[in-house]
Design a protein around this ligand. Structure first.
Ligand SMILES: [Zn+2]
Length: 103
């Protein structure tokens, strides 16, 4: 999927690490909680640089929040760090066998 950005071109050193940019350097509006829920996401996966990963349910999340910005509200339960990335969980765990032996 290709997204076109909006607004002015952002120089590389001023870019937000939680945003995507198109090839012109314009910021691409991130998906919101409402967007990814409509598209079938089961929750939000939070991944820390230390390797700790957690699946967060949508409970308590505002539909207007940008998915990558949820990371700003989190602190890693394993290392206490805040270098966390949040992405939608598109897996259909139970049916795809994610919790079983199939991969
Ligand atoms: Zn961590």
């Amino acid at each position: 999927m290709f997204s076109h950005g909006t607004g002015p071109t952002v120089p590389r050193h001023r870019r937000n690490p939680r945003r995507a940019y198109d090839e012109e350097g314009r910021e691409v509006t991130p998906a919101t909680i409402a967007n990814v829920q409509e598209n079938g996401a089961r929750g939000i996966i939070a991944r820390c640089v230390c390797g700790h990963e957690a699946l967060l349910p949508f409970t308590g999340m505002h539909p207007d929040w940008y998915v990558p910005d949820i990371a700003l509200r989190l602190r890693c339960a394993a290392c206490g760090g805040k270098r966390i990335e949040t992405v939608p969980d598109w897996s259909d765990g139970w049916r795809s066998g994610r919790w079983g032996l199939e991969t």
